[in-house]
Structures are given as C-alpha cells and as structure tokens.
Design a protein around this ligand. Structure first.
Ligand code: C2E
Ligand code: CA
Ligand code: CA
Length: 742
C-alpha cells in the first residue's frame, strides 16, 4: 500500500542528494581553485620580493660603484696638481684624459665635471667627448645642493659619504637629470700622499654622473633575467609588474625602476590549468553519471510506487477507482469543512440481470459489459465526481451537488443509458441498473452511516421493481429490518412447511368453458403478519437461496394433488433461479416419479424475463424437461424483453399473455392489437395461448373472439384450495366456484 506523501519525500530526497552532490562539487572546485590561487599568489609574492631585493641590491651596488670608481682618480696628487692648473692646456688635457675620458671608457660614466667649491666649472665631459666647462650649467641646479652639502661638511671636518670600501668623503645620490634618472657622485679631489697642502672645503670637486635608464637597465635585464625593465615616474602598480623606488638620501623618490615581474606561481597555474580543467570535467562527468543513475533509480522507484498506488486504488479491469479509493475519497470529502457544509451525494449502483450474461455468454462478455457500463456512467457523471467499481457488478459514485434535482437527473440518465442495448458479437443484450442514493449532510456526515443508507436505498430500488433509482428515506430502514425478519421467518417456515399453502386457480377452455388445467399458486400464512403474497416473499426466497426448497415443496404438493384430478395438466410456476440449477430437471422427474403424475400432465410456467436470462444449464433443463413431455409456458408474456421475432426460437409450448394487456382491453391503449398479434403469432407457431387476469365479460368475449385458447381470471375463479378444486372438478362445486381467501 502506498504511503501518502511518499512521492514528495522521494522527490525531496533526490533533490537533496543532487543538491548535496552539486554543492560538494562546487565546494571542491572552489576550494581547489582558491587554494591554487592562494598558493600562486604566495609563490608570486615571494618571487617578486626576491626580484625587488635583487634590483635594490644591484642598483645600490651601482650607486656604491660610482663613488668607488670615482675614488680611483680623485684621491691622487697628480689630479690635485692638474686641476689647480686647469687653465693650462697640458693640465686640461690631463684632466680630460684621467678624470673624463678614462672614467667614461673604463667605468662607463656618462658625464664628468670638475668644479670649484663655489660651483664654478673648470672641466666638462659628456656624451663621450670633452665639452665646454660651461655645459655644467645644465646640471648645476640639481647638483648645487649636493656641492654645498659636501663643501660644508669638508669645511667642518665631518666625515661624509665614508663607508666600507669607500675611503674618501663624498656625496652620492639619485637625481633626475636632463629628464633621466641618474646616480650623481661628488668627490673632492684630494692628495693621496698628503704631501700637497690643501685647505678643507677649498678642494676642487669631481662630479660623476651615470644614468640609470637605457643601457644600464638593459644590462640589468640580461644579466639578472628581468623582463621589460624601464624607468617610470609612477609606480605602475599592476598585478604583473614589480617596481623599486629610487629614493634619495633625503627620502624623496625620483621615480621607479619597473619590470615585468616573473610569476612562477602564475606560470605553474597556467601550465596545470588544462590538466585541472580536464580533471574538473571528469569530476563533473562522474558526478553527472552518479546523479543520472540516482535519478533513474529514484524514477524507477517512483514509477513502481505509482504503479503500486495505482493498483491499490484502481480496479484493474475497468481502470476505475476501487472501493478503498472510494472510501478514502468519501472520508476526505466528509472531512472537508467550509463555511457551509458541502452537499455530497453517494450513489450505489447495482446491475440488474447481469449474472445471466456472465453465465450464458461467458466471462469475457461479462467483462465487456462491465467496462461498457462503466464507460457509459463515466460519460454522465460531472467533472470532479468519483466513479468507482466496488464489486462484480456494483459501482459507486461520489458527487457534490447544489440541488437534489441534479442528482435525480443524473440517476435517471444513468438508468436510461445503462438500459440501452449492448452489442456483443452482433447480439444485443440488455441489462438494467438500480441506484440507491444517500445525501450528506441530510442523511448523515459519517461514512458508515451514509453507505448503509445508500445501501438501504439501493435495496429499496431493487424491491420496487429494479431499473430505477431511489433516494434514501427514513421509511426504508423499517423496510430493511422487515426484510431481514421475513428472511429469517421464511427459513424457519420452510423447515416444517406448515405455514405454506398451495392454492390452485383453474384455467378454462375458451371454446367449451371447461376447466382444462389449474395453476398452483403458493401462499404463506405468517403467524404474526398474516397471509403474505408470493409477489413479496418469492423474490426474497430467490435472493437468499430458499427458492429451491420452496419450489420443491410447491411442486411436490401440486403434483401429488393433480395426480388424482381429471385435468389436462397442472401448471406450476418456477423461478429462473431454479431453472439455472443443473439438477432441476432430474429433481422434477424424481417428483413426478414419486407422485405418480405423468410428465404430460405437468406444465412449468417460466417468466419471460427468466427465460431471457436463461443460461446453458437453463436451456439444458428446458430441453430435458420437454424431452420427457413436460410442457413449458412462457408466463407474463409481453413484459420482458423478448420481441415477437424471438418467439420463433422459443423453446416453449404455451404463452400466457400478461394481465397488463388484458387489463388494457377496452381502454383504447392499443392492447387489443397486441393481444391479437400475440395470439396469431402463437397460433402460427403452433403454441397454445392463455389470457390471465380476465375479470370482465368484455375481456372474456374479446379473447374468445380472437381465438385465445384458454382463459384464467377472477371472472371465473380465484385461486382455491385443493379440496375446492377437487369439488369443482367432480362437479360437486356450486355454479360459481368457491372463492378462496385471496
Ligand atoms: P403469476 O404466475 O402471473 O400468477 C398469477 C397471479 O395473478 C396470481 O397472483 C393470481 O392470484 C393473480 N390473478 C389471477 N387472476 C386474476 C385476476 O383476474 N385479477 C387479479 N387482480 N389477479 C389475478 P398470486 O397468487 O399472488 O401470485 C403472484 C405471482 O407470484 C405469480 O404470478 C407468480 O409469478 C408468483 N408465484 C406464485 N406462486 C409461485 C410459486 O409456487 N413459485 C414461484 N416461483 N412463483 C410463484
Ligand atoms: Ca403463473
Ligand atoms: Ca402471469
């Protein structure tokens, strides 16, 4: 049995698992990616720091080197002598050779100047050649503060610019010269021997310049594997660039040495990215397959669940809902409370005359009829109503309504539609339907109560002739109780048979007025209820399986009574239920043997409806009975479904025209024509006709005129006791037959 809400739970668990798998994948991918980015960034940061350190070191070294190189010529007696004599061409030539050209070619200095402590230039070298001393003016503005600082320090005897590897004082700093970054170094030209007397602060000063851009950076690039190194006034801070500020002694920056930073982390990340993408894709595929498998399994489970739920709630043959589903829906409908209680109708539908179809045409035909009826009803119930097959030939309908008239119209439509012919293998079969209706809240709001009342109403519909509907009424309850009591009493009464009496109603030859035969009619003298009509208790006996017993009793009494009577035959009514019993014909013959009545003197009256319903065993019984000479009469002819056409196939000897037609004589209903047609047809077929229920002289005259063979009715005689029949037949009876108590 399906568990309510399972599907939702199943859906939810799939969603949960899929969500968890996707989330896991995303977290894994994001985690891996973040870790890689983080480690890349870390590696790159370390690498950039190392590159910056290297650049700082190399540029610091470069700055140191300039002062160091300079010292090789500025601490020299010859230099002191020659700069002092700078006015002479020889000295100037010496200056050019040693303080200009040599420094340029040997150390790669870009420019050199010799100036007096007051800043007056005496020598200039730039662009690879000696220049006019006045060209110093181009850098003077920048170097003047350095010169002043140096001269002031010298005068005061301070040691300035002395450090490890540099023994003479000086000022070295980064400067922006002629639009280019440079290291500028100023050193006093001093005696190395100390033999030349010099006044501190009055020394000539050698100015050396080396630019940091251009060739220097190119050299740095190739030597230390920097890439795209250049000078920039701004830091150019981007993710792929590293920079080193050129900071002067006073802490100002003159610009930056910038390069494309080498990022091994990024390079690594780039190199492994394709592999990572492939791994991620594989992971996605694996997870995808996993999810697909999971989904398929969940789907299969769900389908199975749905199938089970379907089977648990549906009737496999018609595809309609089953009893369990009906009860569940009814419970739901009853439990729904709104502003005002919903009006619900429960229809209990039961097919009439379905069993004979199953018996005669076989179960496949029976199944077809059930499906056909289900589909006919399905077309009539309004949308939203529930139609269920709750048993063999039983259906239930649950429907809401506003007006009871709508339910009545629905029932009438169902009765009408079901009553239409059903075609099976070219043969038309007919079934009817009886409907019992209970209404909620009018008849209750409890399932058990409502279903009981619908059942009672159905019983009432069946009792009032079938093929109709009835809505529950309080009086029906009493009816049901009464029926149950009658059933119980009937069972008891059949045990000793004393409460039953068989009466006999004579049938007269139309021509002679003689009694030709008598019909046995049973009565039940109930101890408290009085005389009960067979019209009432025979159907009950049929339903509760007592008819065989009752039938046998009547047959035994009738046969033994008739054995002594000088009549053509005795007619005994038999029910369809008896006829369907395969042992029936043998039983009849046994009774004939026991009572000594000739088979020719027995006529069995079978109702037209029973004859229509006749199953294989029915037909076999009729054949067997007729074979030994027992006559078969078709009772109540004209009320069933036989057509005159079918009369040709009828395996009967005698037709009893129903009282209904006899009643209609003289009432301008066209019954004269019908009776006449029946009589003519019967005669053409060689069948005997009896008109029953003759009450008037007019009816008598008409029936004699059209050639009816036998007449029966209160006009001649009511059903009478065995003794009365005996008296009547022996001529001892008075002219008017004694009336029985009925
Ligand atoms: P049925 O076989 O059609 O019997 C005729 C019924 O019509 C009898 O009613 C009879 O009393 C009544 N009747 C006869 N002439 C007239 C008349 O001129 N006017 C009126 N108003 N009624 C007349 P009854 O005896 O009450 O039987 C009713 C039905 O019960 C029978 O109808 C028959 O189908 C059934 N029945 C009676 N006895 C038996 C029986 O032993 N076995 C079975 N299976 N059914 C029986
Ligand atoms: Ca009869
Ligand atoms: Ca009859």
């Amino acid at each position: 049995m399906a568990i309510p809400g399972f599907r939702r739970a199943a859906d939810f668990s799939i969603v949960k698992v899929v969500a968890a798998a996707v989330l896991g994948l995303v977290v894994l991918a994001a985690g891996t990616f973040s870790f890689l980015v983080w480690s890349t960034w870390k590696i790159d940061a370390v690498s950039t720091a190392r590159q910056t350190e290297m650049a700082r070191h190399v540029i610091g070294r470069f700055r140191f080197q300039l002062a160091h190189d300079q010292e090789s010529a500025t601490v020299w007696d010859d230099a002191v002598v020659n700069v002092r004599g700078y006015a002479s061409p020889e000295s100037l030539e010496w200056i050019n050779a040693n303080l200009g050209e040599w420094m340029h070619t040997y150390f790669g200095h870009d420019a050199a100047y010799v100036v007096k402590p007051d800043g007056q230039p005496v020598y200039a070298f730039s662009n690879g050649v000696q220049d006019e001393a006045t060209s110093y003016a181009s850098i003077e503005k920048t170097t003047a503060p350095m010169l002043q600082q140096l001269v002031a320090a010298l005068r005061q005897g301070e040691t300035i610019g002395i450090e490890e590897g540099i023994d003479s004082p000086g000022v070295t700093d980064f400067r922006f010269l002629n639009g280019r970054p440079a290291v500028v170094s100023l050193k006093p030209i001093v005696s190395d021997s100390g033999d030349i007397e010099q006044v501190a602060g009055e020394e000539f000063v050698h100015v050396a310049v080396r630019y940091i851009d251009g060739p220097f950076l190119k050299e740095l690039e190739t030597k230390y594997d920097f890439s795209n190194m250049h000078f920039s006034l701004t830091e150019e801070a981007t993710i792929n660039k590293a920079s080193l500020p050129l900071v002067t002694n006073s802490g100002d920056s003159i610009g930056y040495v910038v390069w494309q930073s080498y990022r091994p982390g990024l390079a690594f990340l780039q190199s492994i990215t394709p592999a990572l993408v492939i791994i991620l894709l594989c992971l996605v595929v694996v997870v995808g397959i996993f999810i697909a498998m999971l989904y398929r399994r969940a789907m299969a489970n769900r389908e199975q669940e749905e199938r089970i739920r379907y089977l648990a709630t549906h009737d496999s043959m018609t595809g309609l809902l089953n009893r369990a589903a009906f009860e569940a829906r009814l419970d739901t409908a009853l439990s729904e409370v709104g502003d005002k209680p919903r009006q619900i109708a429960i229809l209990y539908l039961d097919l009439d005359r379905f069993k004979p179809i199953n018996d005669t045409l076989g179960h496949p035909a029976g199944d077809f009829v059930i499906c056909e009826i289900g589909s006919r009803i399905g077309k009539l119930v309004p949308p939203g109503a529930s139609l269920c097959r709750v048993g063999g030939d039983e259906f239930n309908v649950l429907v809401t309504y506003d007006q009871v008239e709508a339910i009545e119209a629905l029932c009438a439509a169902i009765v009408d539609s079901v009553g239409q012919a059903i075609c099976i293998d070219g043969q038309s079969v007919f079934v009817g339907i009886s409907i019992g209706v209970a209404l909620s809240p009018l008849h209750g709001t409890d399932r058990a109560e409502l279903t009981r009342k619908a059942d009672v109403a159905l019983y009432s519909a069946k009792a009032s002739g079938r093929g109709c509907y009835s809505i529950f009424g309080q009086h029906m309850d009493a009816l049901v109780r009464e029926r149950a009591e009658i059933e119980r009493d009937l069972r008891d009464a059949l045990a000793d048979r004393k409460q039953f009496q068989v009466l006999y109603q004579p049938k007269y030859f139309a021509g002679t007025g003689q009694v030709g035969s008598v019909e046995a009619l049973v009565r039940w003298q109930h101890p408290t209820r009085g005389l009960i009509s067979p019209v009432y208790f025979v159907p009950i006996a049929e339903e509760c399986g007592l008819i065989r017993e009752l039938g046998r009793m009547v047959l035994e009494q009738a046969c033994s009574a008739a054995a002594a009577w000088p009549i053509d035959n005795i007619a005994v009514n038999v029910s369809a239920v008896q006829l369907r019993d395969s042992a029936f014909s043998i039983e009849v013959m046994a009774i004939l043997a026991a009572t000594g009545l000739s088979p020719h003197k027995l006529e069995l009256e079978v109702t037209e409806t029973a004859w229509m319903d006749s199953s294989d065993s029915c037909a076999a019984n009729i054949r067997a009975l007729r074979a030994v000479g027992i006559h078969i009469a078709l009772d109540d002819f004209g009320t069933g479904f036989s057509t005159f056409g079918r009369l040709h196939e009828t395996d009967v000897d005698h037709i009893k025209i129903d009282k209904m037609f006899v009643d209609g004589l003289g009432k301008d209903r066209g019954d004269e024509a019908i009776i006449q047609a029946i009589v003519e047809l019967a005669r053409a077929k060689g069948l005997k006709t009896t008109a029953e229920g003759v009450e008037t002289k007019e009816q008598n005259d008409f029936l004699i005129r059209i050639g009816c063979d036998e007449l029966q009715g209160f006009l001649f005689a009511k059903p009478m006791t065995q003794e009365d029949v005996g008296a009547l037949l022996s001529g001892r009876a008075k002219t008017t037959p004694r009336l029985s108590s009925v």
